[in-house]
Design a binder for this molecule. Structure first.
Ligand SMILES: *Cc1c(COP(=O)(O)O)cnc(C)c1O
Length: 307
């Protein structure tokens, strides 16, 4: 057994600047194991086909943020792709707390919760897969550098269309992220921070891992979930906070032009929280500085999560 582990350690871990800390503990199918032991079979359909679901979750002040909403969503994602999570909601919650404790996370952190389809034969059929695996990585959050939050994101509108609702539904937070990865690659190739993706109809959908909002004439707009977007938990909270502030919020189909003439624009997501977008396809958003309402909503979000 120990020989097997050291073999794994030399594979992908050694001399890898992105390798996890050796003292981390990963929750894997009911056990807390080292990163070297935290392995998934090459026959798992998560690896072979991107077949599985996940959540990215924040920990603020030692508490799992919007825990119930994240657990609900992973069960909904799983139901949509007919993946049976071999645990109850309470067991998932308990496992996340075990992972936090095992890694000494008492203040701020990040959880990646993943359910794979499980080991199967080489065909795509789920009939030939066994038990799904569940794993939880609890770690520090990795973010855009602080200066990016200060100046705001520079975005392109990607030529990569967001998955259509009748293909791999964007409502499912699945392990199949290639659609978004291709758009992010294009953004980075263009020297931009992030990509905004359109639907096949040319409507604004979202960024590669964040939802999008714009502000025009004091009103706040974001695409409705029927456009084929991930129904972000941060998105829903920001809509609520904006309404509490007395702002009008509309879920509305938006096109490229709406982005170009917006006074303000921002993205929301668990990792990024609320982040200004200041440039879109070489057009400044407003005056090119993070907007007033955007800054107010950032403050509202910070107050909410610190409360
Ligand atoms: C996770 C995700 C988001 C943001 O959702 P949150 O629940 O706010 O973290 C937005 N878009 C995509 C494609 C995502 O995967």
């Amino acid at each position: 057994m120990s020989m097997a582990i050291s073999d794994v350690e030399t594979k992908g871990m050694q001399d890898n600047p992105f390798a996890p800390r050796a003292d981390m503990k990963i929750w894997l199918d009911g056990q807390l194991v080292s990163p070297a032991e935290a392995t998934i079979s090459v026959f798992d359909h998560a690896i072979l086909y991107g077949d599985g679901v996940f959540e990215g979750i924040r920990i603020y002040n030692g508490k799992i943020f919007k825990e119930a909403a994240h657990i609900k969503r992973i069960f909904e994602s799983a139901k949509s792709i007919r993946l049976e999570i071999p645990m109850t909601s309470d067991e998932v919650s308990q496992a996340m707390h075990e992972a936090m404790q095992a890694n000494g996370i008492t203040q701020d952190g990040y959880i990646r919760l993943v359910v794979t389809r499980g080991v199967g034969s080489l065909g795509i059929s789920v009939k030939h897969t066994a038990r799904p695996s569940v794993f939880i990585i609890a770690d520090k959050i990795s973010l855009y550098p602080p200066e990016v939050y200060q100046r705001g994101l520079r975005c392109i509108i990607s030529s990569i269309t967001r998955n259509a609702p009748n293909s791999t539904s964007p409502r499912v937070k699945s392990l199949n992220y290639l659609n978004n990865i291709m758009a992010k690659l294009q953004a980075n190739d263009c020297g931009a921070d992030e990509a905004i993706m359109l639907t096949a109809q040319g409507h604004v959908s979202e960024c590669t891992g964040d939802n999008i909002f714009l502000v025009r004439d004091g009103k706040v707009y974001t695409p409705p979930t029927s456009e084929g977007i991930l129904e972000g938990i941060t998105r829903n909270l920001v809509m609520e906070l904006a309404r509490k502030r007395g702002l009008e919020v509309q879920e509305k189909a938006l096109i490229r032009h709406d982005l170009f003439v917006a006074d303000e624009c921002f993205a929301t997501g668990t990792a990024a929280e609320v982040i200004p977008i200041v440039e879109i396809d070489h057009r400044l958003v407003g005056d090119g500085q993070p907007g007033t309402i955007t800054k107010q909503l950032i403050q509202d979000f910070v107050n909410y999560r610190n409360a």
